[in-house]
Design a protein around this ligand. Structure first.
Ligand SMILES: O=C(O)CCC(=O)C(=O)O
Length: 463
């Protein structure tokens, strides 16, 4: 009975389409291949037909300074704010949030990050992740480390330019990152949806979220994303070398796993913008080798408790189903972005979520009084990345992810492992297979900071 109920997320999506007359009972909806979740532990291949394809640019990808690409500095939302006030928006979300929390409780899909005796992610957790496309690891980061991460993230926020065109922070100091190859801050208008319903990022956020009117005293812009956590935040570099998180990445993506990128999502209280429903992967939807793990996964390390109002939502099982037609999903839901069958990833500070990049996911305008800061970083299978064109990068559309680029970007992991070891010598050290025997060349030193860490995100491996 309980196992049946866990399929509800996908079934609800199917019902939503049926209820709005897009498909008759028993037909497969056009916007998402709805099949019940089956096998557990192993990635499976998708049926040959895809709902739709398309390439885009991840919201987590930064372009170079000056490129003024869609998501950089300040993207203009497709439409202006609606008539809803912040408080009305919050009230209008309440029932949906409560239903999402109930559904999330049915799924469970959370607990400590347990490793098996051989050091791999516990098979039960792997099975749960592959089944639902996400998992919440509870209590991974201890209070002292959360404190250090918060201090560094808040310091970074304080060093942001006062606006998208400014070069000084609120105290008049030169902003952080003026000398970075990729400027580390991105802005949005308060409570706006900068990408939904636009052609930005390859049009992969096709349906715009509600944009409530901010309070009268709201600033004109808010920082929405921050990049380069391994360069700008000493604690961020140490986090990147976390042995349990790396062990789990190895279990999911293989011992030669490679990094993706990182981004810090900042959802300021009563101001934070939304991230319209989307899927992250862009390169492999039509690949003959497609399976549910081919576009990798993202961690989010939560620095503050997350709630249904400010947190990330995921449609469980949607990572297995190919490319979703999100616009049709919203249309089938009466035009509402409150998609049925989604669950909020409610966390305590120090919890870490793992979300399959193929899962349909998004977050709403943060009309709540609670901040969210999520340190987001992802990992891939090496074979998913090797030889791929830089599909997500505006500046480097001709770059190919060859052996050298992968090695250079993966070196950040090895340096991070050593930075962590220097800070926490009693903690077990993760042994990263591609760098076994090369550890001495990649200790954390001023020299490797310059050689490996500075502007490392120009070598991100985005697919
Ligand atoms: O945290 C969020 O609000 C959005 C995260 C996201 O879209 C992603 O990790 O791809």
């Amino acid at each position: 009975m309980r196992a049946d109920r866990r399929l509800t997320g996908i079934q609800l999506l199917a019902q939503a389409v049926g209820a709005h007359g897009l498909v008759s009972s028993g037909e497969r909806p056009g916007w998402l291949e709805c099949r019940p979740a089956r096998g557990l532990a192993q990635p499976r291949r998708r049926p040959a037909k895809l709902a739709c394809g398309g390439r885009g640019r991840s919201p987590m990808m930064a372009g170079p300074r000056g490129a003024r690409c869609a998501m950089n500095e300040m993207a203009r939302p497709a439409t202006a704010a609606t008539g809803l006030s912040r408080a009305e928006h919050a009230a209008g979300m309440a029932a949906y949030q409560a239903a999402g929390e109930r559904l999330a409780a049915e799924f469970g899909n959370r607990g400590p990050l347990r490793l098996a005796e051989d050091g791999s992610l516990h098979p039960d957790i792997q099975a749960a992740y592959w089944r639902h496309g996400y998992y919440i690891f509870e209590g991974v980061i201890d209070a002292a480390e959360v404190e250090a991460l918060r201090a560094d993230a808040q310091a970074m926020l304080a060093r942001a330019p006062v606006g998208p065109e400014a070069k000084v922070d609120a105290q008049g100091r030169p902003a952080l990152g003026l000398d970075y190859a990729r400027f580390p801050y991105r802005y949005t208008r308060p409570l706006a949806d900068p990408w939904g319903g636009t052609q930005l990022l390859g049009g992969r956020h096709p349906a715009q979220m509600s944009q409530p009117v901010p309070d009268a005293d709201a600033p004109e812009h808010v920082v929405f994303l921050m990049y380069a956590m391994c360069q700008a935040m000493p604690s961020g570099l140490r986090l990147y070398g976390h042995p349990k998180l790396l062990a789990a990445a190895q279990s999911i993506n293989g011992p030669d796993f490679v990094p993706f990128n990182d981004a810090i999502f900042v959802k300021q209280p009563g101001l934070g913008g939304s991230v319209a429903w989307h899927q992250d992967g862009v390169t492999h939807w039509n690949s003959p080798d497609w399976d549910e793990g081919i576009h990798g996964f993202n961690y989010q390390v939560q620095l503050y408790p997350t709630t249904p109002a400010n947190g990330l939502w995921v449609i469980p099982g949607s990572h297995k189903l190919g490319k979703a037609d999100i616009k049709a999903m919203v249309a089938a839901n009466g035009g509402s972005e409150q998609l049925p069958g989604a669950v909020p990833l409610v966390c305590k500070a120090g919890d870490v979520t793992m979300v399959n990049r193929q899962a349909v996911h998004g977050s709403f305008a943060n009309s709540s009084p609670d901040i969210r800061i999520s340190l987001t970083f992802g990992f891939h299978r090496r074979r998913s990345v090797l030889g791929q064109k830089a599909a997500l990068s505006i500046a480097e559309t001709h770059a190919v992810y060859d052996e050298q680029r992968i090695f250079d970007r993966a070196a950040v992991i090895q340096v991070a492992i050593d930075a962590r070891h220097q800070a926490f010598p009693a903690e077990p050290v993760f042994r990263y297979q591609p760098f076994i025997g090369l550890e001495d060349r990649f200790r954390f030193t001023p020299e490797t900071f310059e050689r490996v860490i500075r502007d490392y995100n120009t070598k991100d491996l985005a697919i």
